[in-house]
Design a binder for this molecule. Structure first.
Ligand code: URA
Length: 231
């Protein structure tokens, strides 16, 4: 339980003095009930409105984006960033992409302001799987499949065992439990293969929703958040 003036000051730019005034002017409601004094205490997650406009009292937000090509997940000022696809209503938050996808990679991307959550789904120690649909310029081979399972050797060390499921002559799904720079492209590079299409479809047990078009973004549900974190 927290004082209502504290809840509001943590989530808005109003000063304590201004909040006191708003309350005495009868402009603050909690769960539809008028607040009478700044000392009144409530749960953090109550619905608060000021002059009829609801304020967002959540600690963190979690968004899922179906990333289109042409957007970077870094903050390179010369490039279009995935953060440009985030609706304005979230712009007061310090959002960042939880994990990188290359400019030409499409698919599942999580955008959040929760650093601990991001660490939990990205750290190789947490064993959260990521599945990618891959199209190559040459046919997929059993040698690649066996090599991925054993652990491909890259310039920055041996990769963890990865699963390669062949889905067509030139296509496969690859499951990784780590995320190094250009990892999939470099792993196939060891077999002289070029990745021509790369699309992430799954993190943990959460699959990219079929109805989320490329470029679309929405909030994750509680159930979806749990699926992402499952090992
Ligand atoms: N591996 C890559 O090579 N690129 C990505 O965007 C993701 C994984």
């Amino acid at each position: 339980m927290k004082r209502i003036d504290r809840i509001i000051s943590e989530k808005t730019d109003y000063s304590r003095k201004e909040i006191k005034k708003l309350i005495s002017n009868g402009l603050v409601e909690v769960n539809g009930e008028l607040v009478k004094r700044p000392e009144e205490k409530y749960d953090d997650n109550v619905s608060v409105s000021i002059d009829g406009i609801e304020i967002d009292t959540r600690d963190h937000v979690y968004l899922v984006l179906n990333k289109p090509k042409g957007f970077v997940s870094t903050t390179d000022l010369n490039e279009r960033s995935v953060l440009e696809l985030v609706p304005d209503e979230y712009m007061t938050r310090d959002l960042f992409p939880a994990g990188r996808l290359d400019k030409d990679t499409t698919g599942l991307m999580i955008i959040t302001d929760d650093g601990e959550f991001a660490h939990n789904i990205l750290s190789p120690k947490k064993h959260v799987q990521k599945i990618y649909e891959v199209t190559l310029d040459i046919p997929v081979t059993k040698e690649m499949k066996d090599g991925f399972l054993k652990g491909v050797n890259l310039s920055d060390g041996e990769c963890k065992s990865a699963i390669l499921d062949i889905t067509g002559e030139y296509t496969c799904n690859v499951t990784l439990k780590e995320g190094r720079y250009h990892q999939i492209k470099r792993m196939f590079g060891c077999y002289k293969a070029k990745v021509v299409e790369l699309n992430r479809i799954c993190m943990g047990d959460f699959y990219l929703p079929k109805d989320l078009e490329q470029g679309e973004i929405r909030e994750l549900t509680k159930e979806e958040l749990e699926l992402i974190q499952s090992k």
